[in-house]
Design a protein around this ligand. Sequence first.
Ligand code: ADP
Ligand code: MG
Length: 718
Amino acid sequence: MDDPLQQSLQYLPGVGPKRAAALARCGLQTIWDAANYFPFRHEDRRSITVIKDLQNGTPATVYGIVDAVSVRQTRRRQTIVSIAVKDATGLLLATWFNQSWMKDKFTEGAKVLLTGKPQDVPRPAFSSPLYEILPEDFFPDEYEGTLAPIYRLTEELTPRIMRQIIHAALERALPHLAEYFPDKVLQQYDLVPLPEAYRIMHACNYPVEQLTPVTLARAQRRLVLDEFFVISMGLLLKRARTGQLPYTVRHAPPGELLRRFMAQLPFTLTGAQTRVLKEIKHDLLAPTPMNRLLQGDVGSGKTIVAVIAAVMAIEGGYQAAVMAPTEILAQQHYKTMTALLHDLPVKINLLTGSTPARERRMVVAELERGEPQLIIGTHALIQSAVNMPRLGLAVVDEQHKFGVMQRNCLRDQAEQTDTLVMTATPIPRSLALTVYGDLAVSKLDELPRGRRPIKTYVIKPDRLPRVWQFIRKEIAAGHQAYIVYPLIDESDTLPLKPATLMYEELRTRIFPELQVGLVHGRMHAQDKETVMRAFAAGTVQVLVSTTVIEVGIDVPNATVMVVEDAHQFGLAQLHQLRGRIGRGGAESHCILVDGGADVPDERPARGRAARAPQQPELLDTNPRSRLAVMAQTNDGFVIAEEDLKLRGPGEFFGMQQTGLPALHIADLVRDEEELKFARHLAETLLDYRESLKPETRDRLRARLQRAFGTSIRGVDAG
Ligand code: ADP
Ligand code: MG
């Protein structure tokens, strides 16, 4: 590719292979990456006060060099750390009480910024000021009187070098970051032109006197808008394109097959399942394609909904496809659905990456002949050129594990089909608006009857012996247990317990009398399958695993889940894991072993956790764990909200997984208003695309192509 923005940073003057490697550790490889590596904050250096100008009681920031560090004890055994800081005009004393570790923070000669309220002028002193220790090569004059961009660094890069590299990259990039909004739009909404917004954010060759918090905020707004606009436009174009495809599927109304299926169901549907199925039936019978999102917490019974929808499609002579994100889950669906459909004249096939070639050829041939059937698969189903001429329903399970762009790819894009997307992850409102804006939403807000809430405990690793004892008791009572680890193998950098090692330990030392199995993502599909089968059959009693079991696995006899190093996981992920138990009638227990540091006292979680009901007979929850919320609620929506607060949307949802361009500056929670505005602008521009100037169109197309690759078309199509 000869896109100048995709050129490697290595070829910038002064970079070279070694620095390029250091930059890559910050995720920076190309000119484009560097131009979009925005400072995480700006430091206001317009207001540095020289020491002789300090006034009692007027807050000020001082830049200086540490002249001396001292520690002393008062008679009341208080520790006082003080440092003397000097600048060209005078000396300032800064002190901290009872924080003896502060003495190790400062060394003589270090450059520091201190912010505080001066006392005792003319011998000024700060008590417990805010401080920032500046890097060796900090030049106070470099950004004096301005807003200095502060970038995240890796060890090998100093702030100054980082700034130089980014500025050099930006100069290269700017000619290709042309404004793509028509002038009229810029004027009407008072938007900073894109190139200017980049210069301002990076404080790169922009008049110093004009760099103010207000300019900065406007520049930031423009860049946020850029990211959201591109996403919105891409999705709108994609939708417009799909919308033009013919839709010829005509489902038959419910008949004998469905009636027979319902008659042999092993349970009665919940009210929510019945309601959702009515919505789905309505969509299927309508003369337009179904595009429905089914949200339902773990264990709410989404699978049966999918099967019933599939039966409706098959009844009318169509093929129904169910796509699962992992091989294990596809296998399980195959088993569950085969059992549910037994005695019915419905053909079921499984197609995954490890389907043997001969079988695969057979299945593919059947599909291509258009034989009605239920086909269950993994990515193999969409990636390969499997042609399903009679596809009438596509179900995508656990959508959050797939990309958005993949959603509609299940069928060769020649025609539209009815699509049901299922997820257990409650999607933040703002994201749903953008990414799923074209989907109708159904909710399974009710769990099947007879479920007992899972009891959850958050403990320290030193309580593990009691946990092992508890597992022995549960297994003696005929139940089974999961023990989950974050890693497969030992890691050089993370001090975590790996599944493979712990498997040996558990098998030989802790539970020598029990059948212990191991499953992880790097095992061969066949081996995984064997272990999962043994666990489902109850011959394996304790299953040691990684998060490969995170989604969908359904073994109702398992009543205990232990997650070691649980602090490594997000709350939403723990909730998914926990959803593997509590699926039968027996009481289930989830034990989260938190090997991380306790949260500081002021965290609100503590107060709430302390009041939470606990089961003293087993273990108490450590109320100071970040995970304490898990012990208080089994409600996936509450947990997802908490997770979103703790980690932010990027990490929560893993934007990479959505298949959308990465967000460098925009924040789905903070910038919700901008997101709506971006969508509005995208709709408007799409409507008026005929009247755009050719050069505007070219720029718009170039911007979209950079974000989505060549797959995006239609900016200039009529
Ligand atoms: P999820 O929504 O997490 O995919 P599943 O579809 O795997 O949930 O269902 C969880 C468990 O609940 C399964 O064992 C399933 O057979 C059972 N189940 C589903 N619906 C009902 C119901 N209406 N009554 C009783 N059990 C049900
Ligand atoms: Mg499921």
